[in-house]
Design a protein around this ligand. Structure first.
Ligand code: CDP
Ligand code: MG
Length: 154
């Protein structure tokens, strides 16, 4: 337990208690084409996350490049942006305890062939690019991505 927590008079349990968080999830174009939207959302809901915001959005090249800015320069960047703009996506803001980690774990590893059975990517993903969903990987990323897609709520 940190000195700050002790000086704030917080109990051990309060410090360890999971935090209510918001995270950003995007259902990728191929999943919409394949009719997987309901199934994918259900997976997150079953893990205790609730929908705080949802919209169907056709990404522009510029927005896709901003969302994936940290990957600029990678050999797959242009193909990733092309895929993400190839059809509509679903942008979701999900809420719940430890939402950021819970959403990442529910999605599974980036490469569906390496993901654990029972995760969305293992069960429905095709390859690393066509891996069904995006989920923010940190609090900073969640805030940034919510800001891109739901500026009115950030
Ligand atoms: O999505 P996640 O955070 O798990 O993976 P990432 O390593 O941050 O990569 C972001 C996205 O880029 C992945 O979800 C893939 O769709 C795509 N990607 C790709 O198309 N080819 C690669 N070799 C690596 C990633
Ligand atoms: Mg990532």
């Amino acid at each position: 337990m940190s000195e700050v927590a002790i000086s704030e008079g917080l109990s051990e349990r309060e410090v360890a208690a999971p935090k209510k968080e918001r995270t950003f999830v995007m259902i990728k174009p191929g999943s919409i084409e394949r009719g997987l939207v309901g199934t994918v959302i259900e997976r997150f809901e079953r893990k205790g996350l609730t929908i705080a915001a949802l919209k169907l959005v056709q990404l522009t090249k510029q927005v896709a490049e901003t969302q994936y800015a940290e990957h600029k320069g990678e050999e797959y960047f242009d193909a990733l942006v092309a895929y993400m703009t190839s059809g509509p996506t679903i942008a979701l803001m999900l809420e719940g305890l430890n939402a950021i980690n819970v959403a990442r774990e529910t999605a599974g590893k980036t490469d569906p062939r390496e993901a654990q059975p029972g995760t969305i990517r293992a069960d429905f993903g095709i390859d690393t690019r066509h891996n069904v969903v995006h989920a923010s990987d940190s609090e900073a990323a969640a805030n940034r991505e919510i800001g891109i897609h739901f500026p009115e709520l950030s």
